[in-house]
Write a protein that binds this ligand. Structure first.
Ligand code: FES
Length: 161
């Protein structure tokens, strides 16, 4: 598998070699293929383009679009837009952080949940709002969050059984 990934990356590098903005374009393609920038592929890019690895990481960390960890299986987005903020979004966010032991921008160590903050999900009338994957949860109550997250955990366990 790793050999295949390195081969793919080398071929990507060949396509963009010598062209302007090539590092960013290659990183975009790597992330599109893998969902993040794996360290071994960043290293390969560094070797192929003869650019220090630190420079590659400088680019990756400058743009918050790039991810350095594999994507989680479920993305939780908590809206902190004005309507949600005024209707208790901070408590919702804190509850999720406490239950999952992660901060915004982090994934749980098992890769099940990723937590993020968004500015408005376009359904302010339902504030406070959160989204898990493609599903919107409106009028979220702090007391219901544990059950909501448990459903995703149970769903995954059932799929494994
Ligand atoms: S402010 Fe939260 S959905 Fe608009």
């Amino acid at each position: 598998m790793e050999e295949k990934e390195i081969k793919e990356t080398k071929s990507l590098i060949q396509q963009w070699k010598g062209k302007e903005v090539n590092i960013i374009m290659i990183l975009h393609e790597i992330q599109e293929l893998h969902g993040y920038i794996p360290r071994n592929l960043a290293l390969e890019l560094s070797k192929e383009l003869a650019i220090p690895l630190a420079r590659i990481y400088e680019v990756v960390t400058f743009y918050n679009f790039f991810k350095l960890t594999p994507p989680a299986r479920h993305n939780i987005s908590v809206c902190m837009g004005t309507a949600c903020y005024l209707n208790g979004a901070t408590q919702i966010l804190e509850e999720i952080k406490n239950l999952l032991h992660i901060k915004e921008g982090e994934s749980t160590p098992d890769g099940q949940f990723y937590l993020d903050i968004v500015r408005c999900l376009g359904c302010c009338g339902l504030a406070p709002v959160m989204k898990i994957d493609d599903k919107i949860y409106g009028k979220v109550k702090k007391s219901e969050i544990m059950d909501t997250l448990s459903n995703y955990i149970k769903e995954e366990e059932n799929a494994k059984a």
